[in-house]
Design a protein around this ligand. Structure first.
Ligand SMILES: [Zn+2]
Length: 166
């Protein structure tokens, strides 16, 4: 079957080369060479502001996409911080600004990540915002590959890498 006319759209597996920079042109992420990000389109597997701008692209197409915070990782909530006593954390745990801390919600049991925003000898302030909240995101993307998903991938709503299991 010839699939050279596949385009990015719902229920298509997209392989994406990308470079992500912020306002100050500082590069903060990029796909590995020859290891594009692979995702199933139409299932909110990537941020909405990027996903919708890729619709209709073909293999080899390149595009610059600017994503505002509300279509990316959301606005930064200045109230979404909390102070803890330093003694709450094991003394062996090295903490510095930006250290990610896994937290568990007692009620839901869900794990999520917070970041050390400030600290001194007595206290630690954790920031629960996503580190890219409030940032405008500048993506440079190239469609490296497109393919039809398997039935399992559609049923699960995500790509299955080799060795993937549940
Ligand atoms: Zn799965």
């Amino acid at each position: 079957m010839v699939e050279e006319n596949l385009r990015v759209g719902n229920n298509i597996v997209v392989s994406l080369d990308y470079v992500l920079t912020l306002d100050d042109e500082k590069e903060i992420d990029r796909s590995e060479e020859n290891e594009p990000l692979e995702y199933l389109h139409g299932f909110n597997n990537i941020i909405p502001g990027l996903e919708k701008e890729l619709v209709g692209l073909e293999i080899g197409d390149e595009k610059q996409v600017i994503v505002q915070p509300e279509q990316g990782y959301g606005e930064r909530d200045p109230n979404s911080v909390a102070d803890y006593e330093r003694s709450v954390f094991p003394s062996s745990r090295e903490l510095e600004i930006g250290t990610p801390i896994m937290m568990r919600d007692k009620e839901s049991g869900e794990s999520f990540q917070a970041y050390v925003a400030e600290l001194d000898d007595e206290s630690v302030r954790l920031d629960f915002n996503h580190p890219l909240a409030g940032e405008t995101l500048y993506f440079k993307v190239r469609i490296a590959g497109l393919r039809e998903p398997t039935g399992d991938e559609i049923a699960h709503g995500h790509v299955h890498q080799p060795g993937h299991n549940h």
